[in-house]
Design a protein. Sequence first.
Length: 166
Amino acid sequence: MKTCMSVLLTLMGLLMLAFPAVAETIRIAAQDNFPPFVEVKDGKPTGLVVDILKAAAAKADFQVQFVLVPFAEVQGTLDDGRAQAIVPLAITPERQKSFDFSDPILMTGGAFFVRAPQPTPRSIAALDGKTVVTPRTGPLVPFLQKNDASFKLVLTKDFPRASLRW
């Protein structure tokens, strides 16, 4: 009996060496056009967030499969099972009610650009009477929408279009 068990354990060990475990694949949804964080080049996802996640996956021994969708579909990919995680997604109090967030993998901030020689606004009140143009998926939209400043908010499809509107 001991010999049989020893042979069985030896065979199992050899099989494990011959057939290494397959790394788990995590499906991560991302907006399909959000440069420089995520974009598609030559049919493949690329960008700063893609590079960070691929490096983390390699270090932690798992695979990453990116599910690239329009921004309006990103959050729904968790509900319909297309993805197991979302990136990049800004942490807001509203989203914290629905999602569990990891520690941030990337810290960014918004910025206001003005035509020269106009001064950079020092507060939200300095935007009163002005037109503010930003992508509808930009990080400043929730902040701008919840503040009751008297400015005209114009939302565009993406950053390049926003920069052309001013």
